[in-house]
Design a protein around this ligand. Structure first.
Ligand code: SME
Length: 182
């Protein structure tokens, strides 16, 4: 199911979705939905976007569009969790066994492995694509390539649409996306 041919087709379909989408919320929902539904070990797929701190408050990661069960982590500090580590380092993080990583913030007792890929727009980290799996070591080289490709596609899309929509629109998306696959 996750053969290279399927991955290539999924990338092409997401490129088409990027051309068709009228808003970043719509595109991010499509990316989360397609990854969740077509990659069978991707059990929770979602975005966290950086909310700029003001009045001395630090920047935070805020839950955006996602597909999967609701997570208790709707806001994550940049010095917390695998999500904070990916955003603050600007590097992809892959953890094959979340129990062995002290940085891990538990979202579901079923999660065994996780990948977090930063999203860059105009050279700056603006958010990240986070995927949890119920399977140990679910994220191998072809998965890393696919998720990094998706994060780059979203980054390019945000550069185009970034100025037109508020972060509020993205946050509202979190309230409307959900489904389960178990
Ligand atoms: N596990 C993440 C928290 C987000 S949930 O997985 C959706 C972390 O360690 O930062």
């Amino acid at each position: 199911m996750s053969s290279l041919r399927n991955i290539d087709q999924l990338k092409k379909d997401l490129e088409s979705a990027a051309r068709a989408a009228g808003s970043r919320k719509q595109f991010m929902e499509a990316v989360a939905r397609q990854l969740h539904d077509r990659m069978l070990k991707y059990n929770w797929v979602g975005f966290y976007m950086i909310e700029k701190g003001s009045d001395g408050r630090p920047d935070m990661l805020v839950l955006g569009p996602f597909v999967g069960s609701m997570t208790p982590h709707t806001r994550i500090a940049l010095n917390q969790g695998l999500c904070g580590a990916a955003a603050s380092s600007g590097k992809t993080i892959v953890v094959h066994d979340v129990k062995s990583d002290p940085r891990y913030l538990a979202c579901s007792a079923d999660t065994k492995s996780e990948i977090v890929v930063p999203i860059f727009a105009k050279g700056t980290v603006v958010g990240e694509l986070d995927i949890d799996s119920h399977f140990r070591a679910a994220f191998q080289q072809e998965d890393i390539g696919l998720v990094e490709y998706c994060a780059a596609l979203v980054g390019q899309f945000l550069e185009k649409f970034g100025a037109r929509e508020s972060a509020e629109a993205i946050k509202t998306a979190a309230a409307t996306s959900s489904s389960s696959k178990s």
